[in-house]
Design a protein around this ligand. Structure first.
Ligand code: 4EZ
Length: 229
């Protein structure tokens, strides 16, 4: 099985590249793609750059040009749910685009015709994650992740996203990756470790906890790779 593992930022995939050792690098459309084998699978690993457009491009490239058959995303996120603290893990049950807005035409937030307000993630990949969490004796929260092209550091925006989508965490790539995978019929799994609370302190906390939270997420993803059939 060929698995894609992607992040948005170099820091989000660095612990993964360190772990796999030797890899082949291919440049394509402004990104580097790292291919190797690990845990009985072929892997293609990349970071996309931040945001929905770059992450959609990278996800599509991993699938269409590199032949990835399942998509795993690893990275950090801002917490909405009060249950989530820095370093905690959340897996997306479904994702939405909080900044997609044609409400002027009577459509709900996050919806465009022929699209969907929420995109679901793959059940069997979620099962693998729950198994890994049980073995590691860690609490894995499941919930809605909201994606948009904004670093949210504002309690008002955060509250809007919570109330509109019932979201538990927010970031800038998950939903776009999920949309691409849904369209191309590729199972998708989105994992995030909390780096901040999307509040007034968010940019400071993000800088302080990016590396450590990215590693929490990356280590968990690699445990999953070893378990995927
Ligand atoms: C985007 N990622 C942040 C990239 C920030 C700064 C140079 C995750 C994230 C996030 N996204 C962590 N906290 C966030 C927040 N409060 N709002 C949006 O996926 C790049």
């Amino acid at each position: 099985m060929k698995l894609a593992i992607m992040g948005a930022m170099p820091e989000e995939i660095a612990p993964i590249l360190e772990r796999v050792g030797d890899y082949k690098v291919t440049k394509r459309a402004g990104n580097s793609y790292y291919e190797c084998s690990f845990g009985g699978h072929e892997l293609v690993i990349a970071y996309s750059k931040i945001g929905k457009v770059f992450s959609a491009l990278t996800a599509a490239t991993m699938i269409e040009s590199f032949g990835a058959q399942k998509m795993l995303f690893s990275g950090v996120a801002g917490a909405i749910s009060k249950d989530l603290s820095v370093g905690d893990l959340i897996i997306a049950t479904r994702l939405c685009q909080h900044d997609l807005d044609i409400t002027a035409f009577g459509h709900p937030h996050g919806f465009v015709p022929e699209g969907a307000q929420f995109i679901d993630t793959d059940d069997s990949l979620k099962d693998v994650a729950l198994q890994v969490a049980k073995e590691m004796d860690i609490v894995l929260k499941e919930g809605v992740i909201a994606t948009g092209d904004q670093f949210v550091a504002d309690p008002v925006r955060k509250r809007f996203i919570e109330e509109t989508f019932n979201a538990d965490a927010l970031e800038m790539e998950g939903a776009s990756v999920a949309v691409v995978c849904d369209a191309l019929d590729i199972p998708v799994f989105i994992l995030r470790a909390i780096s901040d609370a999307a509040d007034m302190d968010a940019s400071f906390d993000f800088d302080a906890f990016l590396d450590s939270s990215a590693k929490v997420s990356a280590d968990f993803i690699m445990k999953m790779v070893e378990k995927i059939a």
